[in-house]
Design a protein around this ligand. Structure first.
Ligand code: GDP
Length: 401
């Protein structure tokens, strides 16, 4: 009997012990410190794609990373701030665009020193011999004016200086101004066609290779238009570059312009279409569409821009196609200009970064190349550093007072 009791007791002890172990191990499992919440990997935006890069996979990956860390249950998500703490969006009133080039003239100081002042110094020499004229030519070519326009200008200057006989500094300055203005061509129509039609807003497509300042220019242009009394809707159809839509939206928010955007890597044409639709719904004056500037193949570019244009035209006409070119890229910029001009009808050129180059002569070269006027120039990274191009004010800035 005692033996039986002993066996039962031992059995109980064994069973309870085992149970305790299981419970204990369960408890331990429960008490295991939960793995540290995977720290949101704030991935740097993908590196700026170079011409010809296919970064679609990379951008797709970074999108997934962001989505993964935002899964429901990520209790660390900050609570929505109480309504009264939401910072008020301050809508800026940018300065009007008229006369901006005059105000920003000092930004052209690098071009000024090498082109305008350089030419004036050469022409003021006591003797204007062959060597001096060659130096005049070199100065113009170094400033990217282009060979043919340079030769024309030198020819005209030689003749006029000969006729002039004695040359006072004032006479020389006036002569050079006149000839440079003629070279930049004041007869070209530089009007920006942004006004609305009866049924639809004015539509501007902004095209160009990534990195030229396309998105920045679209944002700055929105400010120019708002400053000049237009209502604007933005279309973020550059779905190729990861940060482009955010960047554009920020520009828009600052001046109270809505940005229509889609998923990264989405179809640019459908975003462009929706942007114009939104513009119509809002009764906006102008819709500005930032496009992707992949220059991987000419056919690819042609397909993409062609599609964007065709789709937008279902709503109404496209009024402007602005090609953004980086003035610091010289000949490379001209090659890009040629390719874009072959795939889409460019109606105006925006030359950016003229503040960072001595090569102001590119204005002349690119107009000659495309037969299309420079309508706007970028003179800095500031929000209002985009100026309507005016030949007289530009040349005055180059040669100084
Ligand atoms: P995107 O890839 O063509 O859309 O290029 P972004 O608009 O992102 O511009 C590329 C860089 O060029 C940015 O750092 C801009 O601030 C800069 N940028 C654009 N326009 C100008 C300009 O007129 N002058 C200067 N100095 N920088 C500019």
């Amino acid at each position: 009997m005692e033996i039986v009791i002993l066996v039962v007791v031992i059995a109980l002890v064994v069973v309870l012990g085992a149970g305790g172990l299981v419970v204990g191990s369960r408890r331990r499992k429960k008490q295991l410190p939960s793995p540290p919440p995977s720290t949101p990997e704030i991935t740097k935006p993908p590196a700026e794609p170079h011409i010809g890069d296919e970064a679609a996979t990379q951008t797709e990956e970074s999108r997934r990373t962001i989505e993964e860390v935002e899964l429901p249950g990520a209790t660390a998500a900050p609570e929505a701030p109480a309504p009264e703490t939401v910072p008020e969006v301050v809508i800026e009133r940018p300065e009007p665009s008229a006369g901006r080039l005059v105000r920003l003239r000092s930004r052209l100081s690098r071009s000024q020193n090498s082109l305008g002042k350089g030419l004036l110094t050469l022409l003021s020499r006591e003797r204007l011999d062959e060597d001096t004229w060659e130096e005049v030519e070199d100065t113009l070519i170094t400033a990217d004016v282009g060979v043919a326009p340079t030769q024309e200008l030198v020819e005209r200057l030689r003749t006029r200086v000969r006729v002039l006989g004695t040359r006072t500094p004032e006479e020389l300055r006036a002569l050079l101004r006149e000839e440079l203005v003629a070279l930049v061509d004041p007869t070209l129509d530089r009007t920006l066609h942004t006004d609305s039609h009866e049924e639809s807003p004015g539509v501007v497509l902004v095209v160009g290779v990534n990195g030229t300042g396309k998105t920045t220019t679209t944002g700055k242009l929105a400010r120019v238009l708002v400053a000049d009394g237009h209502s604007v809707v933005l279309g973020a159809a550059d779905t190729f570059r990861a940060a482009a839509a955010d960047q554009l939206q920020t520009w828009g928010e600052r001046v109270g312009a809505r940005t229509v955007r889609g998923p990264e890597g989405g179809d640019p044409a459908s975003i462009a279409f929706d942007a114009v639709k939104e513009g119509i719904a809002q009764g906006a004056d102008t819709v500005l569409i930032d496009t992707a500037g992949r220059l991987h193949t000419k056919t690819g570019l042609m397909d993409e821009l062609g599609k964007v244009k065709r789709v937008v035209e279902k709503h109404g006409p496209v009024d402007e196609v602005l090609l953004v070119l980086d003035a610091t890229t010289g000949q490379n910029g001209l090659v890009q200009a040629r390719v874009f001009a072959e795939v889409v009808d460019i109606t105006g050129i925006v030359l950016t970064k003229l503040d960072g180059t001595a090569k102001g002569g590119i204005v002349v070269a690119v107009q000659r190349e495309l037969g299309v006027p420079v309508k706007l120039i970028g003179l800095g990274e500031g929000a209002d550093d985009l100026a309507p191009f005016e030949p007289g004010a530009f040349v005055d800035a180059l040669i100084g007072d």
